[in-house]
Write a protein that binds this ligand. Structure first.
Ligand SMILES: [Zn+2]
Length: 236
């Protein structure tokens, strides 16, 4: 089954820019309740979409303090675990980042390896592309960054109890990639955890009105009663 994910985040001075689990030195970063990793959020939504399991805002609402400054690689890990528990495995992921600045070509391999490691895929089954918006629109003006992602998932066990061949091939490639040490699972994890903590500390100093702006979209009203969960934050 195919899934599609899309995310956008505003860029602002003094924020951290983390894309695909890689923290990129830049004077501007994403505004978000989480670490604002627009690429990982789009990938999470693609995977959840493929499995018919809703979206990232339903599972990790931005109104929940537990996700303040959260490392989005942990959200992706949870999403992969969730589809695994439903009997699905990832086959491949293809994603495109759209941003004007900075150039991210030097970081694409690290992003790919991070995502591959978290999703237990071989790196060649994860594709990260990047483009600019040709100076058009809000992305072109440097006000935001977008990410689009598609993925394919398949049932691990097919009829008759046999393991799906495509899934088995993907798992085999991932295992041999790990053996070849092409993947560095611990890449800059400590650094990212430090940044998340810094963000949480920083947010405590902020004015309540400032926090509120970040956790917008929590609707109230009659349709938030019975199925309130799906109305919670959509801007993770
Ligand atoms: Zn997001």
């Amino acid at each position: 089954m195919i899934g599609f994910g899309y995310d956008v985040h505003q860029l602002a001075d003094g924020e951290t820019l983390t894309l695909g689990g890689v923290t990129i030195p830049h004077e501007r970063g994403t505004v978000a309740h989480s670490d604002g990793d627009v690429l990982l959020h789009a990938v999470c939504d693609a995977i959840l979409g493929a499995a018919g399991m809703g979206d990232i805002g339903e599972h990790f609402p931005d109104s929940d303090p537990a996700y303040l400054g959260v490392d989005s690689t942990e959200l992706l890990r949870s999403v992969c675990r969730m589809i695994g528990e439903s009997g699905y495995a990832l086959v491949n992921i293809d994603a495109t980042l759209v941003l004007e600045q900075p150039r991210i070509s030097a970081h694409k391999a690290a992003m790919r390896n991070n995502i591959a490691e978290v999703c237990t895929l071989a790196p060649q089954r994860v594709s990260i592309k990047a483009t600019t918006s040709e100076q058009l629109g809000f992305v072109g003006a440097g006000q935001g960054v977008q990410a689009h992602a598609v993925c394919l998932i398949e049932k691990i066990v097919v009829e008759g109890g046999a393991v799906n061949e495509t899934v088995a091939a993907a798992a085999g490639e991932a295992a041999s990639a790990r053996e070849d040490k092409q993947i560095n699972p611990d890449a800059d994890t400590t650094e990212r955890k430090k940044k998340a903590k810094k963000k949480r500390d920083k947010s405590r100093d902020k004015k309540p009105s400032d926090r509120k702006r970040k956790s917008k979209k929590s609707k109230s009203g009659k349709d938030s009663g019975r199925s309130g969960k799906s109305d919670k934050g959509k801007k993770t």
